[in-house]
Design a protein around this ligand. Sequence first.
Ligand SMILES: Cc1cc2nc3c(=O)[nH]c(=O)nc-3n(C[C@H](O)[C@H](O)[C@H](O)COP(=O)(O)OP(=O)(O)OC[C@H]3O[C@@H](n4cnc5c(N)ncnc54)[C@H](O)[C@@H]3O)c2cc1C
Length: 395
Amino acid sequence: MEIRGKDFYDLIVVGAGPAGSMAGRKAGQLGLRTLLIEKEVFPRYKPCGGAVSERARSCLDFEIPRELQEREIFGARVHFQDKAMKEQKEYRLATLIKRSALDHYLLKRAEEKGIEVMMGKKVTHVQEKPDQVEVIAGDHVFRSQYVIIAEGSQGKLKRVIRRKASPAEQGVCMVTEIDQTQEHRKRFAQDAVDIHFGITSMGYGWIFPHRNYYSVGIGGLISKLPEPRKTMRNFLAANGFYGQYKFKSHLIPLGGIDGQLTSSRIVLAGDAAGFIDSFSGEGITYAIKSGQIAAEVIYKILSRTDGHKLLESYEFICAQKIGQELKHALFLARMVHNSPQLLANFIVRNKNILGKYLDIFANRITYKEFLYWLVPRIPSSLFNIQAWEKIEQDL
Ligand SMILES: Cc1cc2nc3c(=O)[nH]c(=O)nc-3n(C[C@H](O)[C@H](O)[C@H](O)COP(=O)(O)OP(=O)(O)OC[C@H]3O[C@@H](n4cnc5c(N)ncnc54)[C@H](O)[C@@H]3O)c2cc1C
């Protein structure tokens, strides 16, 4: 590796969410001289449902400590209008973890690999030069061979590579945390999540039972969710939550849409790269994966002498390992959300289909495999008029 003085790094990572921390960990493991810069001081609040799927966990090369795991999720109750279907598995689908704790823990696992971490410093500019990148944070200028921008969906640094997303390419999520009462515990399952379709187009509402609180939220396409606060209040009231709650909202990208991910020396990862499952809103899996891939690709470039053309291989690997999945998720989202009847018949009304879909989160099948399995079953599921009675018995 080239050494150019103490303030010159092989890699600077901007943002210490799951993408940035796992890029940092991988870079540290590979021996890259790495600086990770984060604008907040951890632990910090992060609006999130906190559902960490089995496939997200499978990307990690370490276990998450038990005390951080608030609830193990084995099933889902999926609601559409006044009907619902429950599907329970014998194996775990996801673990509920408070995001502030998860992100803090992931950062510690990055730091232990010998990278430098700078907290409470906002990066304001990332400027690519022919032989290096300058990263400006406050009155500091840091220099590196390569930069990974893992600033999440909200930041603007990514615009050095990618144009601003249009409203049709962006979703919005709103979330609140509500203390659990005895009465709530009787109404909601403790080892399953509640998902409510039909409250907004291209989106859903959720109730996730953490250890002492519920994460309750809604998400959907910005263009289809013009008054998220009103939709959120209605959703809360419809589920018996009548208190004065503070809402936090956040933009999320609509995953599965092609967009540039690299320039010569800069790579986007996680939400900054648009890596979110448009059907479920899951993003932690792709943040971890893309952060790791980005660090690996940069390591390979630095280990060779033939320059930085290899950054293109990041786009290629992401297309294979992430893009395909996100495109299939987007296809499913468009297919079922454009027709509430299809949504009802596919996901809510048919236990087999719901069960198979949940296997994606259990890391047992991919979206592609799910769709190949689903398509031949579409005609029969559309005419499965016995299903509603079955649903009511199931709950
Ligand atoms: C309400 C809501 C609920 C969600 N629920 C789930 C869920 O249950 N399960 C799931 O898998 N996904 C969920 N997601 C998606 C998930 O939160 C994201 O996909 C994930 O956080 C992406 O990780 P990331 O590392 O790319 O970005 P982030 O987690 O957003 O991290 C980016 C980091 O960069 C820092 N940063 C930003 N700008 C700068 C800067 N200029 N300088 C320095 N630091 C900077 C930020 O402070 C932040 O710490 C949810 C999203 C929302 C909005």
